[in-house]
Design a protein around this ligand. Structure first.
Ligand code: MG
Length: 275
């Protein structure tokens, strides 16, 4: 990442010398705080890695470890990423995957033993979510080609729909019915998710995982709206590194909330290799 910054710095801003000088001054003004932030992140990563027995590595799965694909069942974690995760499991006090999938499905997809898998956006760690399982059943039976029943949530995807607007309007009606049944409707990256009205998210899950183990140093990486909650779960720690895996579909605010932005799961892997 540093190398990329350097290349941008070296780029000749304009052919007109006067205009170029002015732009260079503007860039220097803009980039000085940015460099300071990068240095602070480098420092935090180094401190985390120096004492792994006191640190946690927390990761979203889809779009973070596994590149986004059209159908979630086709997602895969590259073998080189698995190898890196195995190394981290041997080093850190905690390596956890906090996913929108069920914990069982996340474990199958990542396929690395020793990782703590928390599913359904942290709901699996919330005991009061269980009694809503029945209320979700009718929505698991909705006639929709890309329905994902996760027990404690029902997700209706429309990435593959031919008519984006038509799909959206059908799902809006489903969302209204679900809200009438006391459930909550959440909109993500080409997905509507119905869930219990329970105060549990990736942030409460991350908080619980760290508190239980009295861990004060952690990194979290994610690519979606729910990962913003996880970022907040790191607030107040001694060392916190929030990494956004950017994409064209990244939700507003993700980059801004992050300490570090990487361009892809492959670039995140480069960061993990330094831990
Ligand atoms: Mg994700």
């Amino acid at each position: 990442m540093r190398e990329q910054e350097q290349q941008r710095d070296d780029h000749d801003p304009a052919s007109d010398p006067e205009e170029g000088a002015e732009e260079a001054r503007d860039q220097a003004d803009d980039e000085e705080p940015h460099r300071r932030i990068l240095r602070a992140v480098e420092d935090a990563l180094a401190r985390l890695s120096e004492d792994p027995a006191r640190g946690a590595v927390l990761l979203d799965v889809d779009g973070t470890l596994a590149p986004i694909v059209a159908r979630p069942e086709l997602a895969a974690v590259p073998e080189e990423t698995r190898a890196e995760l195995r190394r981290l499991v041997g080093r850190y006090a905690l390596v956890a995957c906090v996913s929108g999938r069920t914990g069982e499905d996340a474990a199958r997809l990542v396929g690395v033993e020793g990782i703590t898998y928390v599913g359904v956006h942290g709901l699996e760690l919330a005991p009061e979510a269980e009694r809503w399982r029945e209320a979700l059943r009718p929505f698991a039976a909705v006639d929709w080609p890309w329905l994902e029943d996760k027990g404690l949530t029902v997700a209706l995807h429309w990435r593959e729909a031919e008519d984006d607007e038509a799909a959206r309007s059908v799902l809006k009606a489903v969302a209204t019915r679900a809200e009438g049944a006391g459930l909550e409707a959440h909109w993500g990256r080409k997905v509507l998710e119905l869930r219990p009205p329970v105060e549990a998210d990736k942030g409460t899950a991350v908080g619980a995982l760290l508190e239980e183990r009295r861990i004060q140093r952690a990194l979290y990486a994610g690519d979606d709206t729910t990962d913003l909650d996880a970022f907040r779960g790191l607030d107040g720690l001694e060392i916190a590194v929030r990494i956004a895996v950017a994409s064209a579909e990244a939700p507003p605010g993700l980059r801004e909330a992050a300490d570090l932005v990487v361009a892809s799961p492959a670039e995140l892997l480069d960061v993990l290799r330094r831990l």
